[in-house]
Design a protein around this ligand. Structure first.
Ligand SMILES: Nc1ncnc2c1ncn2[C@@H]1O[C@H](COP(=O)(O)OP(=O)(O)OP(=O)(O)O)[C@@H](O)[C@H]1O
Ligand SMILES: [Mg+2]
Length: 385
């Protein structure tokens, strides 16, 4: 760049300053809500000063352009102005300056390096400004979304705490009502409707227990106990009897009745109810079949519950043990989640396989030592002759 020519151009631009700024201001976009609209002319003047100073031979380094660009972009963001509008205004300013150069009387050859210099200055300024604006905007968005997320989480936690306390308070009187109904039943065995009452109350208790099993408060655990698996199955089927009758299914029961387990009986019952209930839900088409197996394989207690019926879609099968996954209109989607937690707590695993013929849930629980003092984990099983 010819410095003599550049100085004369700078001088010319300085002389035309008033006209340049007025012409620019008549074209810029200004949002009526822009809190800093008075600053637009100040910033425009400053940019023109930078151009004139640079052409006059003064040193303008990147740090100075960066500082200026960052200040303006922060202000634009605070004014909540669209970045496109800002870029448009800066570009109009550049065009105004470049248009003016034609009137200086220099040849295009003499002006070309000056045009490059002015373009480079504006490009640097815009680059720094847009970069900073984007960084600030992203930061603002992430702060807002983490605030919304946190508030949402807090509300959910509060809701969870409230409902779990409520359900907890509910369970104790319910247990005593069930106890008294049973007493009534034994005292007046022919009392009408008492069976229905008991069954309905037991259903309610099942639902409440299910909820408590996933809440932080948890159920008040009884001690581990030794129980016969076959007996627990029979109790579960008895509990589900009304549902079994209405679904009209045939059951193949293949359970090794000599098999005992040491664990949390009520929680295991919850697992069996959930899986059998799901299999009954799935059995709307006929002919229907259900197979329940309980046997020992090596050191494992194996439980297998299968049903015919529509298969679980492949893309869904990996998610069914996650909480709140349900394909049912009135399902809560916590049944299998509870099952998985209980089986894991007993040191076992639970899997599901499903094809056109059968859907099978397999539970494997390690069988520990009979001597409790040496046994590990929760679960032990033993055989009786
Ligand atoms: N035997 C089965 N056959 C077909 N689909 C099943 C079977 N068992 C579970 N599923 C699918 O897995 C989903 C999750 O089951 P889960 O027991 O966790 O919840 P749910 O039964 O929908 O609701 P709830 O909380 O009342 O048990 C079901 O909605 C269903 O789509
Ligand atoms: Mg279920």
């Amino acid at each position: 760049m010819d410095s003599a020519v550049a100085k004369q151009v700078a001088h010319y631009l300085d002389a035309k300053r008033q006209y340049l700024l007025e012409s620019w201001m008549s074209q810029v976009m200004i949002d009526s809500n822009d809190r800093f609209k008075d600053h637009i002319i100040v910033n425009g003047t400053r940019m023109l000063d930078v151009v004139i100073a640079y052409l006059s031979g003064r040193q303008i380094n990147d740090a100075r352009i960066l500082q200026f660009a960052q200040r303006v972009s922060a202000e634009r963001l605070e004014a909540n102005v669209n970045i496109g509008e800002f870029v448009y205004n800066v570009t109009i300013g550049r065009s105004e300056i470049l248009d003016c150069l034609v009137e200086t009387g220099f040849t295009i050859r003499e002006l070309t390096p000056i045009i490059h210099t002015i373009n480079a200055l504006f490009d640097r300024f815009l680059y720094f400004a847009v970069l900073h604006y984007t960084e600030l905007k992203n930061q603002q968005i992430s702060e807002q979304s983490s605030f919304i997320e946190q508030t949402h989480k807090d509300k959910l936690t509060l809701l969870g705490q409230m409902s779990s306390s409520f359900v907890h308070e509910f369970r104790n009187p319910l247990t005593s009502v069930i106890g008294f109904v049973q007493l009534l039943q034994s005292k007046y065995p022919s009392l009408e409707y008492i069976d229905i009452l008991t069954k309905e109350l037991e259903q309610l208790k099942f639902r409440i227990t299910q909820f408590l099993l996933i809440s932080k408060k948890g159920v008040d655990r009884k001690e581990r106990e030794t129980f016969r698996i076959g007996h627990l199955f029979d109790e579960t089927l008895e509990f589900l009897y009304p549902m079994i009758v209405s679904t009209n299914v045939s059951i193949e029961r293949e359970i090794d009745d000599s098999l005992y387990l040491l664990g949390y009986r009520d929680e295991f019952r919850q697992v069996l109810i959930n899986i059998i209930m799901n299999s009954l839900d799935a059995l709307s088409a006929s002919p229907v079949k259900r197979i329940i197996k309980g046997y020992r394989a090596g050191n494992q207690l194996m439980i297998q519950i299968s049903n015919s019926g529509p298969p679980i879609p492949k893309e869904m099968i990996s998610t069914i043990f996650e909480p709140f996954v349900s394909s049912k209109a009135l399902g809560t989607g916590i049944g299998l989640y509870v099952c998985r937690n209980i089986i894991h707590e007993h040191g076992g695993i639970i899997r599901c396989e499903s094809d056109d013929e059968l859907t099978t849930f397999r539970i494997e629980v390690p069988i520990g030592d009979d001597d409790e003092s040496t046994g590990q984990g929760y679960t032990k099983a033993r055989f009786e002759p």
